[in-house]
Design a protein around this ligand. Sequence first.
Ligand SMILES: Cc1cc2nc3c(=O)[nH]c(=O)nc-3n(C[C@H](O)[C@H](O)[C@H](O)COP(=O)(O)O)c2cc1C
Length: 150
Amino acid sequence: MKAVVLYDTAYGNTRTIAESVASGLGRGAAAVPVGGFDPGALHPGDLLVVGSPINGWKPTARITEALAELGRRGLTGVKAAAFDTRVKMFIHGDAARKIAEALAAAGAGIIGEPMAFYVKGSEGPLIDGEAERAAAWAAGLAASLGSGNE
Ligand SMILES: Cc1cc2nc3c(=O)[nH]c(=O)nc-3n(C[C@H](O)[C@H](O)[C@H](O)COP(=O)(O)O)c2cc1C
């Protein structure tokens, strides 16, 4: 199986989290920016994790477009999970849950709860420990899939 961590970023914080998720997943997982993503490269049995900054209570336009394309192609047999990055505010909206819902609507099997990682301000930096928490979250996802074949 292949493991891909698809992400978008404006200031680099979501890229840092995506790279931590890829490293926590192991299995040769790669963090792939949304501009370089080939939706046709996913196959049944693969794992897809999608992450986005929250922009106005939802995922970025580029992630939304990628999810629409995945919806057209279908994700039957693909396991998937979602995360977002956000500012710790009283009301911040949600992107990870919307991503997970789009992945499920495309036919993916969702593993794990959508997860939020926090930045100190719009441009970052990440709150201390978030990169490590992302790697641990991803290791938990990988463990839930079992030992796998790779
Ligand atoms: C246009 C814009 C809209 C944003 N909207 C939200 C929001 O609704 N809720 C929130 O928690 N953070 C919001 N943020 C903060 C982003 O989540 C933050 O910039 C992001 O996590 C940083 O990740 P990045 O470095 O990968 O771009 C917004 C940021 C921008 C630039």
